[in-house]
Every structure is written in C-alpha cells, then in structure tokens.
Design a protein around this ligand. Structure first.
Ligand SMILES: Cc1ncc(COP(=O)(O)O)c(C=O)c1O
Length: 327
C-alpha cells in the first residue's frame, strides 16, 4: 500500500527497540540490554519529540503565529529539531548555543537557515555572569526578555511542560507497547530531564516494579572551558547525593530509583565497542547509558531481566571529538 507523508513532522516517534545481542554475549551479560533507537527520529535525535510538542502547543495557544520566530538556547539537538520543524512549518529560528558544543551542530543548524549566536550574545549575559555566576534562572529570564523585546516565541525547553509531556504521550507508551509491559529497567541520561521525567513517570504508572535509572557524567567528564576532556555532550550532572535539583524532576515530585556516574573516556571506548559488536553508531549519551546498563546487567540478581536503554542520538555529530578516533 502506498504511503507518502506530508511533512517530516509526521515522522516523529515510533522508534524501534533492538537487542544488543553481540554486546550482551561479548560481555557475558545474563540480563538483556535493549536499545531504543531514538536517532531514527527525522532529525536524528530524541529531541524531535519535545521540539514538536513545544511548537504544537505554542501554535494551539496562539503564541506562535504564521511566519513567526522561535528562540531557544541549546547545546544542539533541541536546536536541530526546532530548526527542521521551523523550516517545515514556515517559522524562523534563532539559537543561542551553549558553550562546549561540537562544530558539527552549528553547521547543521546553519544548513536549516537558523540564526546562530552564542550564550555570551544573550543581552545581559555578561552582567549575570559577573554578578551571579552561571545562574540558569537569570539566563532564562534574559532569554524571555530578548524574545519579548523582539516579538519572538521562546520555547524555553528547561521550563516548558510540553517537553517532558512529549514522553508521556509517545516515548513511554511505545516502550510499554513494544515490550508488552515486560521491562525491568529503563536507563538514560538527562539534559533537560524531559525524557527521564516523562518516560519515568509513564513507566512507573504502567509497569509495576519497573526501575528508572538516571545516568550522569562524573565530575571529571563535564565540559570545562579551556580543558581537554572526554566529555559527554548535551547532558548534565543532575544528582547530588541522591537529590536532584533538576526543575522537571523536582516539580513533578518524580523519584528515580538510582543514578549511575560514568567516565567519559570509558564511554568513548564503549561507543567504539558497540559500533563494532552490533553496528550501532552511537552518540556519547547513548553509549554512556549502555555502559551504565552493563553495570546493572552484571548484578547477579538481574539475570534474565530486561533493560531498555534510551539511545538519544548517533555518532555523526561527534566525529570532531576523540570518540571515534582510534588511538
Ligand atoms: C545527546 C543528548 N542526549 C541526551 C539528552 C537528554 O535529553 P533530555 O533533555 O530529555 O533530558 C539530550 C538533550 O538534552 C541530548 O542532546
């Protein structure tokens, strides 16, 4: 039967689950690691879900008018999703890039016709840094003011409920449906924590006993200006001694079961291993989540259990890092 879609926005979601059979066997794992291939979304990342939901909510609420401009600050993937959907729906996109983004991301954004600036270009940014340090709330307020002053729509992914709700609508239900509810763990990193909060809340409501595990870069694997590290892009160190200060997690009174720290250099090695074992060419946060899942799979009590890992993007945007450069 013929099937022709009217727009790339119709292609978001319904990503497949794939067992990492060879990786599991090579590592002697008795639990089953299953990847959710979020890089098969139309712009290549999990952020397509949140970006589309934020745009559609703004359209419904009349906040985004035909030909309007969307503004956002991002480390890349949200920007790329917004850029493609803005192009497809006739909007313009203006992005302020976070420090530490790979150059591939800037190039991709520009290809979609996006105006790209950097955090230091946000009006008032230098005053905030000088007086308060890297104060996210003040940066968000400065972004809102920039949008209001110019008549733009600020999607504000860190505070917009349409972000985490996208995963209640689609990602969570897809995991439950595709596993027939037979899932013991769901494992993922967090940037805005939209995926962790939305998927976690949905799974906890629909799969009794499921464990939700957050993964974070250890403190040595976070980007620091001027330092040469094997970093994990687009994600944060969100948990401090069992407490998350992350807005969506706090606001939703959401409780994850565990958090696992990973080291950037080990993540890069895992990414190369997985590319060669199962043909999955993963981005850093995806490889990090698999590495954390391996720790869970090695626990004796987890024999035969099913671990679903969110694989947010693929390796294409990381070619300028050391990830896929052989020693
Ligand atoms: C590569 C990558 N992995 C993971 C995430 C985490 O997604 P979320 O913002 O839903 O926490 C993001 C985005 O923030 C990302 O770009």
């Amino acid at each position: 039967m013929a099937k022709i879609y009217g727009s790339i926005t119709e292609l978001v979601g319904h990503t497949p689950l794939v067992e990492l059979k060879n990786y599991n066997r090579q590592n002697g794992l008795k639990a089953v690691i299953i990847g959710k291939l979020e890089y098969l979304n139309p712009t290549g990342s999990v952020k397509d879900r949140a970006a589309l939901n934020m745009i559609e909510k703004a359209e419904k609420e009349g906040k985004l008018k035909p030909g309007g401009t969307i503004v956002e600050s991002t480390s890349g993937n949200t920007g790329i999703s917004l850029a493609a959907f803005a192009a497809a729906r006739g909007y313009h996109l203006h992005i302020f890039m976070e420090p530490g983004c790979t150059p591939e991301r800037v190039q991709i954004l520009k290809a979609y016709g996006t105006t790209v600036q950097y955090y230091e270009d946000i009006p008032g940014f230098h005053e905030i840094i000088a007086n308060y340090g890297f104060d996210k709330e003040r940066i968000i307020a400065a972004m809102q003011k920039f949008a209001d002053d110019n008549g733009y729509y600020y999607t504000s992914q860190l505070t917009n409920d349409a972000n985490w709700q996208a995963h209640i609508k689609s990602t969570g239900p897809e995991i439950v449906e595709d596993t027939d509810g037979q899932v013991d763990y769901v494992v993922m990193m967090a940037g805005t924590a939209g995926t962790l909060t939305g998927v976690g809340k949905y799974l906890q409501e629909h799969v009794p006993g499921v464990k939700i595990v957050g993964v974070q870069p250890d403190l040595e694997s976070l980007f620091k200006p001027g330092e040469d590290r094997d970093t994990i892009d687009g994600v944060v160190h969100f948990d401090n001694h069992g407490q998350s200060g992350h807005p969506f997690i706090v606001k939703n009174d959401f409780h994850y079961d565990e958090v696992i720290d990973v080291d950037g250099t080990q993540v890069y090695a895992a990414a190369r291993e997985i590319a060669q074992s199962d043909g999955l060419f993963l981005g850093a946060s995806a490889a990090a989540a698999v590495l954390a899942a391996k720790q869970i799979a090695l626990r004796l009590e987890n024999e035969g259990r099913r671990i679903v890992v969110i694989l947010p993007d693929d390796g294409g945007k990381y070619l300028s890092t050391r990830m896929y450069k052989e020693d």
